[in-house]
Design a protein around this ligand. Structure first.
Ligand code: ADP
Length: 527
């Protein structure tokens, strides 16, 4: 494999840089070749992208804020681009790979302390390397009655997921909204604490986000303005009881009625969490592989989908919901949910009640009860071969009309490129996160290329209809950012003005979210 160098550095200079970095972190924590470096490539890169365009030149793993500051000093001196990750498991959006080829990955997984958990005020303060599984294990070990809200893959970092505005499924599912207080290292090495963290020594960092004056936490999400080294997160107190339910609907067109029925229940807080409307294929994938039903080329024909759903006894749409609180409250709320959904012809509702400390089986159910799992990964087995996916993730207004429109559009485009509609809608309050995964076999070049082509088409379709993505793979970050084009791209102009002020050498994650520092602005584009 040819060696990837940072842009504008000769091999000899880069070797000097590596020697300086090694003096900060010691050799085993500087990775510059072999399989260890290859592990920073995106295993799910769609085609026809060139993996070299997202290749890291090295990875450096600091153990402390002081080491990060030393690394920044070196990076500023050589104009060395760094790409920050917490655990680098951002699969479907690029994994640990950098946007700009030759960047050095600043991997924070060794900084993995749980610094504080307060049971009374229900919060935790963690470092970037702490995963959802880690925090869950800690809470259990210490007998703390707090829940973790994990995304579908619980092995990722709390800091990484929160900064990307990931989401989970309990009432604390909006991860960015549940964040409170950050410590950030800026490109110039300055270390700041946001909000009440400015009071030193303080008492209120994790209980009130704004602090005094402008509030900056959101500025460090989906951006390249700083390196987050500590993050506060609110945790849900374990409820005394909860109920997990599923409502299965038969017809494709029922999506509209499901959304219209769910919205008022969500807005009046009868249902207080990120309920999920799961498409039939995604639901079926949790119990059987595709090959059992169809193994021809292209998207599964309607007749095969219908036969599969029928045989498995699952709906075309399946709403997973939960109710939390005292048992009496659950009864009242459940009756309201039943009454509301009884209006949809053929809707089948099932539910089970649990004591607050009970552990349900099944990954998706466990997520609803504050237990991390790896349920999302079952999708990789759907298509067989070397399973990979890239996600189309537009924001959808919480109306039946918009949901039907996005679904129809996505399904048709995916079929055109030979993919099944493997998706669903997760309920925010006024929006739905529509996530449709393009699943492909990465050993099949034709499929891998089609996945990339499908994604670009889907993004163009969405934009033409007035929608935008909440997150995008590295390869489409510029494309996604350009779609936020009001007034000639005023939003991106502001981001780049801030970028140039905070990071004049352009060393922190160039190109992240389409934000390019002056030094590398010419690199904007697909690859
Ligand atoms: P996870 O492993 O939870 O999926 P990652 O570590 O891959 O998350 O992080 C996802 C993205 O968030 C990264 O690609 C990076 O852009 C950003 N990010 C992660 N950690 C930090 C951090 N500590 N400071 C700034 N940005 C970060």
């Amino acid at each position: 494999m040819t060696r990837t160098l940072p842009p504008n550095l000769s091999e000899a200079t880069f070797d000097k840089v590596l020697a300086e970095l090694a003096s900060v972190v010691s050799r085993p924590n500087l990775i510059a070749s072999g399989d260890d470096l290859a592990a920073y490539a995106d295993p799910f890169l769609p085609g026809p992208e060139n993996p070299q365009a997202f290749a890291a030149s090295a990875a450096v793993l600091p153990a402390s804020v002081d080491e990060i500051r030393e690394i920044l000093r070196i990076a500023n001196a050589y104009r060395l681009p760094l790409w920050t990750v917490s655990t680098g498991r951002n699969f479907a959006y690029g994994g640990a790979a950098p946007r700009l080829a030759g960047s050095v990955v600043l991997d924070l997984k060794r900084m993995n302390r749980i610094l504080e958990v307060d049971e009374t005020l229900a919060f935790a303060l963690v470092e970037p390397g702490v995963t959802y599984f880690d925090l869950y294990a800690y809470l259990r070990e210490h007998g703390l009655r707090l829940w973790v809200d994990a995304p579908a893959a619980g092995w990722g970092s709390i800091v990484g997921n929160t900064l990307e505005r990931g989401f989970g499924y309990t009432p604390y599912g909006d991860h960015a909204a549940m964040q409170c207080g950050m410590e950030v290292v800026l490109a110039n090495g300055d270390v700041l604490r946001t909000g009440m963290g400015g009071i030193d020594p303080g008492t209120s960092w994790q209980v009130y986000r704004p602090g005094f004056g402008p509030s900056y936490d959101a500025m460090f999400m989906q951006s390249n303005f700083g390196i987050v080294t500590k993050l506060g997160i609110w945790l849900m107190p374990q409820p005394s009881a909860y109920l997990l339910g599923e409502i299965q609907c038969r017809d494709e067109a029922d999506l509209e009625a499901i959304v219209e029925t769910l919205r008022p229940l969500r807005l009046d807080e009868t249902i207080r969490h990120h309920a999920v409307i799961e498409g039939g294929i995604r639901r079926a994938a949790s119990v059987s592989p595709r090959s059992q039903w169809y193994d021809g080329a292209g998207a599964m024909p309607e007749s095969a989908v219908a036969a599969m759903l029928d045989k498995l006894g699952v709906g075309r749409w399946n709403l997973h919901f939960a109710l939390y609180g005292a048992p009496e409250l659950l009864d009242v709320r459940y009756a309201m949910v039943q009454r509301a959904f009884a209006r949809i012809r053929g809707a089948r509702i099932t539910a089970a009640k649990y004591a607050g400390d009970a552990e349900p089986g099944g990954g998706a159910n466990r997520n609803l009860a504050g237990i991390p799992s790896m349920s999302a990964f079952r999708m990789l087995d759907w298509r067989g071969g070397a399973g990979a996916h890239v996600d189309f993730s537009p924001i959808c207004p919480f109306t039946g009309r918009d949901a039907m429109r996005q679904y129809t559009l996505a399904k048709a485009r995916m079929a055109e490129y030979g993919f099944d509609y493997y998706g669903g809608f997760t309920a925010g309050e006024r929006h739905l996160h529509h996530i449709a995964a393009v699943i492909f076999d990465r050993n099949d070049a034709r499929q891998t290329d089609a996945a990339g082509d499908a994604l670009r088409s889907l993004m163009s379709d969405a934009h033409a209809a007035g929608y935008g993505e909440y997150r995008a793979h590295l390869a489409y970050m510029d494309f996604a950012a350009a779609q936020y084009g009001f007034n000639g791209g005023a939003l991106l102009r502001l981001s780049e003005t801030i970028k140039d002020a905070l990071d004049p050498e352009g060393i922190l994650s160039p190109g992240k979210q389409g934000i390019w520092p002056r030094a590398w602005r010419g690199k904007r584009g697909y690859t």
